[in-house]
Design a protein around this ligand. Structure first.
Ligand code: DGL
Length: 268
């Protein structure tokens, strides 16, 4: 079984990619909607949430964890990964592999405020691709729009356009640096010049998950278990809408209690 987590509905864009690539795998997705959005929180809090989410997935017996939250990957890149039993797949590494293969040089990243503040995309892409130039833009308005289901409105279109307007026009590619953003794809396509490639790191994530999974040769049944720490009925209807699944196996758990505190390591 492969585990995934995010602060909310964005993680479903990663579940969708994994499901396309691995129709028979068992997936367990945790949306920490009691704490969404993550992108406005400080590094210490994010590190504690990351540790709690990893520990919970570990305890469910997953063999691998495909992180479905860029903000958590950015914090881990900056402050280190909490230890886990399961193999962890990092979304920022997946994005870097796509950029390397396509030989992009001028790259925009649109992400949450916490991801941009951590600077992890810039560091990772510059060390993976010689001569890479990276522009990181925070778009804190987008996650609340997606969580409230307000994706088709003029407000959503304008918020995406405002974020894209902060980037140079002559880029090779723009990366969705937050898993919520592929749910606003039509607006991104409209706001960016046609020649600019739009990169969803989850595409490579699914490739990497598939090669891990194939190695395991386990017999599984292709079930996805959807778990939220927020409102179950709203979550269930969003899963139905976004995943196109009728009567998804959805459940609620109480918000996790983070136990890890790193008062000295996590500073500023
Ligand atoms: N979807 C997440 C990400 O990829 C987190 C968004 C948020 O909660 O701010 O960064």
């Amino acid at each position: 079984m492969i585990g995934l987590f995010d602060s909310g509905l964005g993680g479903l864009t990663v579940v969708r990619r994994l499901r396309e690539r691995l129709p028979d795998a068992d997936l367990l997705f945790f949306a920490d909607q009691a704490n969404v959005p993550y992108g406005d929180r400080d590094p210490e809090e994010l590190y504690r949430l990351l540790s709690a989410n990893l520990a919970w997935l570990d305890a469910q017996g997953v063999a691998a964890i495909a992180i479905a939250c860029n903000t958590s990957c950015a914090i881990a890149e900056r402050y280190g990964w909490p230890s886990t039993r399961a193999h962890v797949l990092d979304l920022i590494d997946s994005a870097a592999t796509i950029v390397q293969r396509a030989r992009h040089r001028r790259i925009g990243v649109i992400a949450t405020a916490a991801t941009v503040a951590a600077g992890s995309y810039g560091r990772t892409l510059r060390s993976a691709v010689a001569g890479a130039e990276v522009w990181e833009i925070a778009a804190p308005a987008l996650v609340p729009l997606v969580e409230s289901g307000d994706v088709a409105s003029a407000r959503a279109r304008d918020a995406v356009a405002a974020a894209c307007a902060e980037l140079p026009r002559d880029l090779d590619a723009v990366i969705y640096g937050c898993t919520h953003y592929p749910l606003l794809e039509a607006h991104f396509r409209e706001a960016l010049p046609r020649e600019v490639a739009l990169i969803d790191p989850a595409v490579m994530h699914a490739e990497r998950a598939a090669s891990l999974h194939d190695d395991g040769e386990r017999k599984e049944s292709g079930v996805t278990r959807y778990v939220t720490s927020g409102d179950l009925e709203r979550f269930r209807s969003n899963v139905e809408r976004i995943m196109g699944e009728l009567r998804p196996r959805a459940e609620r758990i109480a918000p996790l209690e983070p136990t890890v505190v790193f008062p000295e390591t996590i500073e500023g």
